[in-house]
Design a binder for this molecule. Structure first.
Ligand code: PHE
Ligand code: ZN
Length: 878
């Protein structure tokens, strides 16, 4: 919807709906351009709602074709209908039935919200407000109804017809080429969880028996011919179902669970009841086309959507302000699943890297908002890293604070008590207060206050008294609408390590049995007793809270942690902190001595020799320097991306040169011999091998190019092939261009692989990249209508190529603006997401900052912006 002034929706204005809908019967007659929908709604007044209110149904681009109440047509004078809504001023104050006939055009639906077509197949997307694009409805999550859906279509066009719930009936329509299927979902649900699919699809399936003995048919539907690429997704689904039974006691509740992969999708996937719809990127995998990272993402997203069946569907959200109630909790659950299925410390490091890259940057930007926002103009713009990732961190902190057993008891109480309801964050916290007897009101600030707290820590050793004191202070920066912040309740998991690396068994009455201290004041301190020597503190073990830390440790002390800490996360963090100090200094022209650099590279050398082969996945993370965007975030003001790029290239060269022999050995030793397996251990070996290759190429271009070219030619899987191509893209010349061409020819019929090819070229850190990206916009495989294509080419350029997007001449900004405006005509959600690439503009140095501001202003002044884009652009400029 495009309007001049869009109203602000506020949490404090929440009112229960004046009407409830108990049952919905839908009859959907699929047709490419004129799909007919008949909705029969069993309505009644809500005793909790305003008694004299009119009935106002939401609508969006629907054509009304018929309207009757209790079987009688409503006279035109008694209702008002437009594309945006339908109002009946004097509805009955008793139960009644409303029958609404609408016509919609799925082929013209380029927003990918409501009913649309993807590769000719029909599918729906209703979260957050897409159901109103199918029929007029009370399209809000606290209106929950039981749905029966009849789907009718051409047999040839759509042999497969899927709906929510259980299949009831199917058949042919005599004398026609049409057929139908009826689905019934016994679980009351909000409209955003509605879905249907009609199309030509292949499937893989298997039977599953739940812990109480219920038989469930599982199936994954994909483009015909790609069935074998769905096997991993199906396996991940089965493992997710078992895990949720074992770890949370949650069982599945329908006769079928279906997943459908589509190639045009705005997000990752959607948890529609019993009928998850996925971006095919998160379903399809084969060793030849998918990387280890793709396999890990598929596993995580399959699990995520499945886990929503309880955290989201059985217990849903009262309103969209409560989005974190389902998303933060479900991300936490999928992270726990992946940690159990893979390596917990390695997974934790990966989570924190994403959190810092996406959420900390958002929290430091003009788009910063609380995990539970209090106002919005466009809810689609709040499916953010803050709601998802920081939302998950809050659940994790809660578990850290109350302990594992009480956490599980609280979760059980929450699920049992809130089952079948539309709940709030307060309901969630209440369950944990009850089982623990604790007051969690201070903890709840995490939901309300935006911004990343900074915790500053100073240690003091008293040799005579054999005590060690840690002084903590915390501060949370101002964010839009929140100039002043309260102290937060921050769990600090910590321990002490002796300078020679031994763990120190120490005690403090402020630290609990799990080694956690709660910092809940602006400043506080704690003292350890019986400390025999000056220790090195290891704080925020496992990244126990989503905060930034300032700690007065020397590089030498940090490198003790890298070598000896019992906490793997902090070993990694120590190496990162030392590297970051060097990178910031090098980027800003501060003094860096040779000894500083050799200190780090010598420590890494020791690490490589002693530890790397014991846990290659972990080693790959330790040997990866902070990204250019991470460094920019750390510098935070007057950022010069060119200087950062130079600094990082230089440090990488130094570390690579110092260790080149060993790295080369890894590269040979870790070559994949047997058949490909996506398991975490095999993936870890490939990761270390490819990090080694990258460091070699950073130190010795000719050797790097030779090894990369060899690997490219002989690779037996996409992980190795893409990694070598990625290394080649850092080395300008004929070898690179040849490999790129070869790759695109080999995968000309594989859109998901071509996405990797687009992305790789968009992230080349060179002057010529913008021209290359512009050229690729005309590639036959590129399409502005397909979100995966746009994100891989334009999104990667804007979000993953800091140096070239932020060109000093402003050409990167101008390019993005042009694409955003073009995309906005077709798909506002996609356009708004791309536009968030500007969120770091204020921290750039002056020339870039001015270019960015002018570009944003020009976008803001553009006529006919979607609500999505106008919301982002205006908040970015505030
Ligand atoms: N609810 C989806 C999830 O699992 C995300 C989504 C939101 C998908 C809106 C489509 C539209 O996180
Ligand atoms: Zn989700």
């Amino acid at each position: 919807m495009r309007t001049e002034t869009t109203p602000v929706i506020r949490l404090e204005d929440y009112q229960p709906s004046p009407f409830v809908i108990e049952r919905v019967e839908l009859d959907v007659r699929l047709h490419p351009t004129t799909t007919r929908v008949t909705a029969t709604l069993a309505l009644k007044p809500n005793p909790k709602g305003r008694p004299d209110a009119p009935l106002v149904l939401d609508g969006d681009e629907v054509n009304l074709k018929g309207l009757s109440l209790d079987g009688r047509a409503i006279p035109a004078a008694e209702f008002e209908a437009s594309a945006q809504g339908l109002t009946i001023a004097q509805p009955p104050r008793r139960p009644f039935t409303l029958t609404i006939e609408t016509e919609i055009d799925p082929t013209a639906n380029t927003q990918l919200m409501g009913l649309y077509r993807s590769s000719g197949n029909y599918c729906t997307q209703c979260e957050a407000e897409g159901f109103r694009r199918i029929t007029y409805f009370l399209d809000r999550p606290d209106v929950m109804a039981v749905y029966t859906t009849r789907i009718e279509a051409d047999r040839d066009e759509a042999p497969v017809l899927l709906g929510n719930g259980n299949p009831v009936e199917a058949g042919n329509i005599a004398g026609t080429n049409r057929h139908y299927a009826v689905w019934h979902d016994p679980h009351p649900k909000p409209a955003y969880l509605f879905a249907l699919v009609g199309g030509r699809l292949g499937k893989v399936g298997k039977d599953f028996t739940t812990m109480s003995g219920r038989k469930v048919k599982l199936a994954v539907y994909v483009e015909p011919g790609k069935e074998e690429r769905a096997a991993y997704a199906l396996d991940a689904l089965e493992r997710s179902m078992r895990w949720d039974e074992r770890v949370f006691g949650r069982e599945y509740d329908l006769d079928e669970f279906n997943i459908v992969a589509v190639s045009d999708f705005n997000m990752g996937a959607m948890e529609n009841k019993g009928l998850n719809i996925f971006n095919d990127k998160y379903v399809l995998a084969s060793p030849e086309t998918a990387t280890d990272m793709d396999y890990a993402n598929i596993e995580a997203i399959i699990a995520h959507e499945y886990f929503h069946n309880w955290s989201g569907n059985r217990v849903t959200c009262r309103d969209w302000f409560q989005l974190c109630l389902k998303e933060g909790l479900t991300v936490f659950r999928d992270q726990e699943f992946s940690s159990d299925e893979r390596s917990r410390p390695v997974h934790r490091i990966a989570e924190v890297k994403t959190l810092r890259a996406r959420q900390f940057s958002e929290d430091a930007s003009p788009l910063a908002h609380p995990v539970r926002p209090t106002q919005y103009r466009e809810i689609n713009n709040f499916y953010t890293a803050t709601v998802y990732e920081k939302g998950a961190e809050i659940v994790r902190m809660l578990k850290t604070i109350i302990g594992e057993a009480d956490f599980r008891r609280g979760m059980d109480l929450y699920f049992d008590r809130c089952d079948g309801t539309a709940a709030t964050v307060e309901d969630f916290l209440q369950a944990f207060s009850e089982v623990t007897g604790r007051d969690l009101s201070h903890f709840s600030h995490w939901y309300a206050q935006a911004g990343t707290p900074r915790v500053t820590i100073k240690g003091t050793y008293d040799e005579a008294a054999q005590t060690y004191r840690l002084d903590f202070t915390q501060a949370t920066p101002a964010t839009p609408g929140q100039p002043n912040k309260e102290p937060m309740a921050i769990p600090v998991a910590l321990g002490l390590v002796a300078q020679d690396g031994r763990p120190l068994a120490t005690s403090s009455d402020r630290v609990n049995a799990q080694g956690v201290f709660i910092l809940d004041k602006a400043s506080d301190s704690l003292t350890f007793t019986n400390v025999p020597s000056h220790p090195v503190p290891s704080v925020f073990r496992g990244f126990s809270a989503p905060v930034k830390t300032s700690l007065d440790l020397s590089n030498t002390e940090l490198l003790v942690l890298l070598r000896h800490d019992s906490d793997a996360f902090n070993r990694w963090q120590a190496a990162q902190t030392v590297a970051m100090r060097l990178l910031v200094a090098l980027s800003t022209g501060a003094a860096v001595t040779d000894a500083d650099i050799t200190g780090l590279s010598a420590a890494l050398e020791m690490f490589i020799e002693d530890d790397a082969m014991r846990d290659p996945a972990f080693a790959a993370l330790v040997l990866t320097l902070p990204s250019e965007a991470d460094i920019a975030q750390e510098i935070a003001a007057d950022v010069d991306p060119d200087a950062i790029h130079k600094a990082r290239t230089e440090l990488k060269r130094r570390i690579g040169s110092a260790n080149i022999g060993q790295l080369w050995e890894f590269h040979q030793l870790l070559a994949d011999l047997g058949p490909y397996s996506p398991d975490a251990a095999s993936a870890g070996r490939r990761a270390l091998r490819n990090v080694a290759l990258d460091l070699i190429a950073g130190a010795d271009k000719r050797l790097g190019e030779r090894l990369a070219r060899e690997q490219f030619d002989t690779a037996g899987n996409m992980t190795d092939r893409l990694a070598s191509l990625s290394v080649l893209t850092t080395l300008p010349g004929a070898a690179r261009e040849g490999a790129l061409t070869q790759f695109s020819e080999r995968y000309r019929d594989e859109p998901l692989v071509l996405d990797k090819w687009f992305a790789l070229q968009a992230t080349i850190l060179e002057e010529g990249t913008l021209e290359r990206v512009k050229g690729l916009m005309n590639h036959p495989a590129f399409s502005i209508n397909n979100p995966n294509r746009v994100r891989s080419l334009v999104g990667s350029f804007a979000m993953a190529n800091q140096m070239q997007f932020n060109r000093a001449d402003g050409a990167g900004y101008a390019f993005l603006a042009e694409i955003v405006l073009r995309a906005d005509e077709l798909n506002p959600q996609l356009a708004a997401r791309l536009l968030t690439a500007f969120s770091a503009w204020r921290m750039m140095e002056e020339t870039r900052r001015k270019h960015a501001q002018q570009t944003l202003q020009a976008i803001a002044e553009h006529p006919n912006l979607s609500r999505d884009v106008s919301d982002i652009v205006n908040r970015s400029l505030e």
